[in-house]
Every structure is written in C-alpha cells, then in structure tokens.
Ligand binder design. Structure first.
Ligand code: FDP
Length: 316
C-alpha cells in the first residue's frame, strides 16, 4: 500500500489513489471523493462568502446562516448525482431525502455540513462531519458504519477519514486535491489536553469530579468551541479527551448522535480511543430518531474509562 512520511512533498499519494489501493469499494470511494469535491466549494464559500443569516431556521429552531444552507446544498447535490446513495440526512434538513434518481444507491449518508458555523464570523475553525452506512437505513447503531470522516477548515483544509482500517489524514494542496499526510493515527499516550463543552456550573457531580481530576493531573484545557477542530486536536496530539456532558438541566447534552457523535466515535475508536455517553459506548446506542442527542466523553481510552468511573461513583 502507498505510504507517505508526514510533510513529504515528493511522490504525493492522493485520496482517490489511496482509497483504491486500500481496497475500498468503488461506490464508497465515490462518496468520499464527492465529499472531497464538495469541500472545495465549501472552503471557498467560507473564505469569501456571505456571513449573514439565511432568514430560515433548522428543525431545532437554530437560526441558519447562509453558509450552513449553502454547504448543505453543495453536499446534497454532489451526493444526489453520485448515483451511489440511497438515502441522505443532514442536520440542516427537515426530512430524509430518498435518492431514487439517477439510480438507487447502495449507501446512505448522514452529515453535518458545517459544524460550529457560529465560529465563522470570529474566524475560528469549522468542519464538515460525514457518516456512511451500507443499505438504506440510517437509524442504526454507529458500530454499523462502513466509513466516517470529517473535513476541517482551519489554516489548512484537511480530511481525516476511516473506512474501518485505521484513521488517515489528508491535506488539501494547491490544486485543491487531498494528499496523504499521515496513516494510522493512534491515540497512544496519556490524555494531555481536555476540551470541555457546556457550562461548568451545570455539570453533574460525576463530571465535576472527573474535571477536577483532570485539572489535578495537569491536563491542559484546550477548547476551541468547534467539535471538529477539538476532536482533530485530540487525535493529532495523540491523546486527550473532548466532552459535552449531560448537564443538570439538559440530560441529553447538546451534540447529535447521528450527525456528530457516531461518526466521531467511529474515527476515535479506529484510532484506538473510546467514546461513551458516560454509561455506555456511543457506537452501541440504537438511535430512535434522527435528531437524538447524547452526552459524550470521547478520546483516549483511559480518560474515557475514568469519566465513566466518576459518573458511576457519583451518580450510580
Ligand atoms: P455550534 O453550536 O457552534 O454549531 O455542534 C454544535 C457545536 O457548535 C459544536 O461544534 C461545539 O463543540 C459545541 O456546539 C459548542 O457548544 P457550546 O457553545 O455550548 O460550548
């Protein structure tokens, strides 16, 4: 299989070739490459587009930015015309789209087109998150995903992807193609950083105990407010934990299972990490609806186990 040293400039291996040589099914490759193509237009819109509101709100009553709506349309269009997608759903859509034209595809895709979009106007990093299942059922436990990825729009545009054989990072080059940066990212060391979402004053006893333990151990606080850059940091620093826990007044936390948590849990587990809602593995949760939220503790295995232990001890 093709490989590259980090930062290697000669003999770059691009995403398409990497996926082909890794034996990834042709239709699945097509979906991943369509997302890569979509991201060219999304990064362009982020850089130069309208930062205003779209005048609409999504299902959750959140005001949609012009950029949210545009990113959603860009991805929808590419997936629709790929000819390999059966169903698609996104955080910005009111309903699931059945793709019966041009063909009835073999895969279904759930995505968050522009996660953390409220950070665009202050010029912080945002991302696209994508989850892919075989067949036409998107309401399955995340462990059944065949692939997951995110695109991070930061100082550089990168894609971190897994088709179930490790986690690999690609970076967008001058020609807006993705080249391999590093293969088989592994969360091997202890948690060096933590990214805690939600108001601390609303933390329950278990999460508060866990947070104090992190502070006592000298774990550094590194929170950007964007799920994609925060997870990317945990992965690329080879150790850390992100949490958006259950809060006293919000028992299900904030983040959505289908569009955010399942794909990130798939990637982090592929990197040797873990993801839990505080009690059970995120990838084992059977979603009951498309908009379901769940608390999350995700990153280095030991840190996630220690969060679960604190919650068990304090909250039963
Ligand atoms: P945002 O509301 O800006 O879209 O998915 C939601 C999300 O961002 C995540 O990217 C981020 O981790 C989290 O919400 C931040 O929430 P808080 O502002 O409550 O910390």
């Amino acid at each position: 299989m093709a490989s590259a040293e980090r930062g290697q400039s000669k003999f770059q291996v691009n995403l398409r070739r990497y996926l082909r040589e890794s034996g990834v099914d042709r239709d699945l490759r097509r979906i991943i490459c369509e997302i890569a193509n979509a991201s060219k237009y999304i990064i362009n819109a982020i850089r130069t587009g309208d930062l205003g509101v779209a005048g609409t709100s999504n299902l959750y009553g959140e005001q949609q930015l012009a950029l949210d709506v545009l990113s959603d349309r860009i991805i929808q269009k590419r997936l629709m015309h790929s000819g390999v997608v059966a169903k698609m759903a996104s955080e910005e859509m009111d309903e699931i789209i059945d793709v019966t034209y041009p063909t009835n595809g073999r895969y279904s895709v759930a995505f968050d087109p522009l996660d953390g979009s409220s950070l665009v106007d202050v010029n912080l990093a945002v991302g696209t998150i994508v989850s892919i299942y075989e067949g036409d059922n998107l309401l399955q436990p995340g462990r059944n995903q065949v692939a997951a990825l995110y695109v991070l729009y930061g100082p550089r545009t990168t894609m971190v992807v897994s088709t179930g054989k490790g986690v690999h990072e690609f970076a967008m080059n001058l020609l807006m193609e993705f080249d391999l940066v590093q293969e088989n990212i592994q969360l091997e060391g202890p948690a060096k950083i933590y990214a805690p979402g939600g108001l601390r004053s609303k933390y329950t006893a278990g999460t508060e105990k866990f947070t104090r333990a992190l502070e006592m151990n000298g774990t550094k606080l590194r929170y950007s407010g964007g799920f994609v850059p925060d997870i990317n940091q945990v992965l690329l620093k080879r150790g850390g934990i992100f949490m958006y826990p259950h809060l006293k007044d919000t028992p299900n936390g904030k983040l959505r299972l289908l569009y955010e948590l399942s794909p990130m849990a798939f990637l982090v587990e592929q990197a040797g990490g873990a993801a839990s809602d505080g009690k059970q593995r995120i990838l084992d949760i059977q979603p009951e609806n498309f908009h379901q939220r769940a608390p999350v503790f995700i990153g280095t295995k030991d840190a996630v186990a220690s969060a679960e232990k604190c919650i068990r001890e304090e909250e039963g």
